[in-house]
Design a protein around this ligand. Structure first.
Ligand code: RRO
Length: 332
């Protein structure tokens, strides 16, 4: 498990989570920022708490038929179909670029496969690459046609096996990104944590379909897709609320965060970090505005501020045991 990259410099302030320091709680979500480079000139990457790369698969994938995205009044539906350059290009080009150009934000590499073996091969193949802190196992893509749209995390045996076996081949932090359409998400989260996940990312998109009223034809090429944006926020906040009370690993909240108050909503529900996704499509600098908005607040819950975590006065187990700093939020 030798790693080639030296430890990254730890920014002052912020909070320590997964054994590394985050300068603020706002990350860009997988699939919405490419591998970071795509946003140079658009967004100051150094201001971010972190970013999660596009999901990487063993081989390059061309993705699903166009159109891949369609908007509706409360968000959008996507079916990109895991379009990505594959393991070799991620390892040899994308991550080295991140190693040289992104210093303060914490980078997580999202990986996705069809089988447990594929996930393990991805983690093994990337473990020693430079430029990133940890992995986000994408166990919840709703748009993989070979899995028939069924998220990996909904198969308990596969979920536990994939996390256990990835855990055995890397000491980097492992996040498991779970699906919202789960009859007992808290139980799945307990299983994921029990199998060795260091944290849970909640939630991926919710399966959905948009039809053209005049023809009945699907508005995206693959037919069904994943719902994201404002419609997803209450689903994500509920997931974070339930799971952060059920597990003692940190929870990362994602789904429908457009503004700082939405990020705060997730932090109050029990998340220690948040990810911004769909908002960046409409406004590529949305995450920077959210970071500034949070920085102005003096009522952030721990570990970002001294304020109460929840209106109910109860504190989920995750944050206390895994975060060591309560320094004021720092922006770059
Ligand atoms: O690529 C996609 O279509 C996709 C993925 Br991998 C995912 O995890 N979630 C999503 O909404 N779309």
């Amino acid at each position: 498990m030798t790693r080639l990259d030296p430890p990254r410099p730890a920014p002052a302030g912020g909070a320590e989570i997964f054994g590394v320091r985050f300068q603020n709680p706002v990350l860009l979500a997988a699939g919405t920022c490419g591998f970071g480079r795509e946003l140079t000139g658009v967004l100051d990457l150094e201001a971010l708490g972190g970013l999660v790369t596009k999901s990487v698969t063993l081989e390059p994938r061309a993705g699903n038929p166009a159109p891949r995205v369609a908007e509706f009044d409360a968000g959008m539906v996507n079916s990109i179909g895991l379009a990505n350059p594959g393991l070799a290009v991620a390892r040899d080009e994308k991550l080295p670029w991140l190693a040289h150009h992104v210093v303060r934000p914490r980078v997580f590499v999202s990986v996705a496969g069809h089988t447990v073996d594929e996930y393990v091969a991805l983690v093994e193949g990337l473990h020693e690459a430079p430029g990133f802190t940890g992995f986000e196992l994408n166990l919840s893509c709703p748009n993989d046609q070979r899995l028939g749209g069924r998220a990996f995390s909904l198969d308990r045996e596969a979920l536990e096996a994939v996390i256990r076996r990835c855990r055995a081949v890397t000491d980097r932090p492992l996040l498991a990104k779970l699906a919202p359409n789960d009859p007992d998400l808290a139980d799945t989260a307990r299983a994921a944590a029990g199998a060795g996940a260091d944290g849970l990312t909640l939630i991926n998109t919710l399966p959905g379909r948009l039809l053209a009223p005049a023809t009945g034809r699907p508005r995206i090429g693959a037919g069904q897709g994943g719902v994201s944006g404002p419609a997803l926020r209450p689903v994500g906040v509920q997931a974070v609320h339930a799971v952060s009370r059920a597990v003692d690993v940190p929870v990362v909240g994602v789904g429908g965060i457009l503004r700082a108050e939405h990020a705060l909503e997730y932090l109050r529900a029990g998340a220690v970090l948040v990810q911004v996704g769909t908002a960046s499509f409409a406004a590529p600098r949305a995450a920077a505005g959210i970071i500034r908005g949070l920085d102005r607040r003096r009522d952030l819950p721990p570990p970002w501020g001294p304020g109460p975590r929840t209106a109910e006065g109860s504190s989920p187990g995750a944050a206390g045991s895994h975060t060591v700093s309560s320094s004021p939020l720092e922006t770059a």
